[in-house]
Design a protein around this ligand. Structure first.
Ligand code: DX5
Ligand code: ZN
Length: 222
């Protein structure tokens, strides 16, 4: 199992959703050379979100070509039925959407039993209250800063306040933020208390991924 993310350490997790899928292996190699900490792997089922993306066979293929931790974000209904398969395919973290989980504590235990770090993601409108009785079992919390389903959307400003509230409630929890994170928005999310940053178009729209990752890391640190 990878180490539990430290709330004081900045991690940049580029979202593969914005990669060129016709040369995914090369894209991953470029991110690795460019200093990415994690690879964010967005799974969509056409039910929890109105879109489809990538799944188990692609994860299996990527696992063979990278040593970076693969940060799997399950935007799917009934995630329990696929946790073991994603763990076996090479996920290092598995993050489920709180809105999709009826028995959240059981789901988190299942993720740990499968050998992965466990995260819970909250949509922009979802209150923080649901975290209260599971916070000690979690390895990180993911706050969505767009409505999930598509890359390239605009950061929702009210999420900054939500990050700050979560940081104040749980000073030592690792907070991942996902959606619309780029050079123009990362500082505000970082100052509010986020420390793990997903960025899709923010990295892939750059001609030099390494330069984009370094810039995001620098902006998050200041
Ligand atoms: C949205 C996904 C995100 C998305 C981020 O549903 O969960 O990970 O790919 O892409 P950008 O950074 O372009 O908003
Ligand atoms: Zn995501």
């Amino acid at each position: 199992m990878i180490e539990k993310p430290d709330f004081q350490k900045i991690l940049i997790s580029p979202s593969l959703l914005s990669a060129n899928f016709s040369k995914l292996g090369e894209e991953v190699a470029a991110l690795e050379r460019g200093g990415a900490d994690w690879l964010h792997f967005d799974v969509m089922d056409g039910r929890f979100v109105p879109n489809l993306s990538i799944g188990i066979p692609i994860l299996e293929s990527l696992r063979k070509v990278t040593r970076l931790p693969i940060d799997v974000h399950l935007m799917i209904v009934e995630p329990d039925s696929l946790i073991d398969a994603f763990a076996k395919a090479g996920a290092d973290t598995l993050c489920v959407q709180i809105e999709a989980c009826t028995h959240l504590h059981r789901t988190i235990s299942h993720i740990h039993d499968a050998g992965c770090r466990a995260g819970v993601a909250l949509n922009p409108h979802t209150p923080l209250d649901g975290l209260k009785y599971v916070i000690d079992d979690l390895d990180f919390v993911l706050l969505m800063s767009v409505n999930p389903g598509f890359g390239g959307q605009r950061y929702i400003p009210s999420v900054t306040r939500k990050i700050a509230e979560l940081r104040a409630m749980y000073p030592e929890v690792a907070i991942e933020v996902d959606g619309g994170i780029k050079a123009a928005t990362i500082s505000e999310a970082a100052r509010a208390g986020a420390n793990i940053f997903v960025s899709g178009t923010g990295v892939f729209s750059a001609s030099d991924y390494g330069a984009a990752i370094s810039e995001l890391r620098m902006l998050a640190a200041h």
